[in-house]
Design a protein around this ligand. Structure first.
Ligand code: SAH
Ligand code: SF4
Length: 356
């Protein structure tokens, strides 16, 4: 397999002495006109087209499976060129997400095949880690979701499969392409990276001049709770994580978000809510409460609605901005890694078992 063309920035296109307008022209064919082969770049000399085609692959992924849900969330399972599977989820205007109702169309993208962090509740980690995605494979998820849906994505969250900060360089380059006017033109303020708490990555992001948003998957307000469900907490316990968040906040002058999945009997008691409120107030963070999305084969469950409401009330009583995220797409396994897992296990149409 030849290298992926989408991994390159225009300055790196292999055209010795080519004037800048040629590079712009190629970027336009790729990102604006969305051609699927070098041959379609008809303003380029034929010899160049042939040369590029012999040295690079243009397409990064194909649709393996797609699922729409009753609430219009749509999930895509992509097959990469080496056969690996990753997911993206398209989520139409979701005012509950960050409190800004709009014509927003959010895409949730994956950054790795599998995940090495092994959070106990998460489908992405169940199969272990296979590899990092390249920048082009991340960018291609946005382009392909736009092609499939016929609409433009204007908000991006790195909350699909994988730990984005563990694949920092590729994610950073992908954002450069997604951000660029010659690329996909989505502003940094409309891009959110979610991390399970990779402190060195948070510190690196704090130094990044781009105004990328940060969400922390907290899921527990004490080390005791977090240790039980998130192995990364043993490496970077809460105190260290919060200190990194404070530094990020101070450097970037940006607020951040705590994601908090509510799992029955694990992290849903009012004492956790009170401690969570303290942490959020200290950092002036907003909180997204997400009732757990059951994963087949795992024993975790979402709490009953009244318990979720009681948890949320503890936060609002303490004037912590908090939203309970409706379980968008729970009927299509929208939580990260679930559609892939089912397909790998050979359930449902489009799975390897069903195809053979
Ligand atoms: N690895 C990064 C980003 C991908 S996970 C991270 O952990 O933040 C994106 C979010 O989905 C995380 O907050 C994660 O905890 C959450 N998540 C994973 N499995 C889930 C499930 N079954 N139900 C609800 N949220 C889930
Ligand atoms: Fe990996 Fe995030 Fe899932 Fe944890 S929650 S296993 S870090 S993808």
């Amino acid at each position: 397999m030849t290298p992926l063309f989408l991994d390159l920035l225009p300055g790196e296109y292999p055209l010795p002495d080519a004037p800048a307008f040629r590079r712009r022209q190629i970027a336009e064919w790729v990102f604006k006109k969305r051609v699927s082969s070098f041959d379609q770049m008809t303003t380029l000399p034929a010899a160049w087209r042939a040369e590029l085609a012999s040295r690079f692959t243009l397409g990064a992924l194909g649709l393996a499976r797609s699922q729409g849900s009753a609430d219009t969330t749509r999930k895509f399972l992509w097959r990469l060129n080496d056969g690996a599977l990753v997911e993206s989820v398209l989520i139409p205007a979701s005012p509950a997400l960050y409190g800004e109702p709009s014509d927003r169309l959010t895409l949730c993208v994956s950054t790795q095949v599998g995940c090495a962090y092994g959070c106990r509740f998460c489908a992405s980690g169940l199969d272990g880690f296979r590899r990092n995605l390249s920048p082009g494979e991340i960018v291609a998820q946005v382009m392909a979701a736009e092609t499939e849906s016929g609409s433009r994505v204007n908000n991006l969250v790195f909350m699909g499969m994988g730990e984005p900060l563990a694949n920092y360089d590729a994610v950073s380059r992908a954002i450069e392409i997604i951000n660029a006017p010659w690329g996909l033109g989505i502003g940094a303020r409309h891009i959110t990276i979610s991390t399970s708490g990779l402190v060195p990555g948070i510190l690196r992001l704090a130094e990044d001049p781009r105004q990328i948003r940060l969400a922390i998957s907290l899921h527990g307000a004490t080390d005791e709770v977090r240790d039980r469900i998130m192995p990364i907490n043993r490496r970077h316990p809460i105190a260290e994580l919060i200190e990194a968040c404070a530094l990020y906040r101070a450097k970037k002058h940006r607020s951040l978000t705590f994601e908090y999945i509510l799992i029955e009997g694990i992290n849903d008691d009012p004492a956790q809510a009170r401690l969570l409120a303290e942490l959020a107030r200290r950092l002036r963070a907003r909180v997204n409460l997400i009732p757990y999305n059951a994963v087949q084969g795992l024993r975790f469950r979402p709490p009953p609605a009244a318990r979720v409401a009681a948890f949320a009330k503890v936060l609002s009583d303490r004037r912590v901005p908090a939203t309970v995220r409706r379980e968008k797409g729970s009927d299509i396994d929208a939580a990260c890694g679930q559609l892939r897992l089912k397909t790998l296990r050979g359930e449902g149409p489009g799975s390897p078992a069903a195809a053979s």
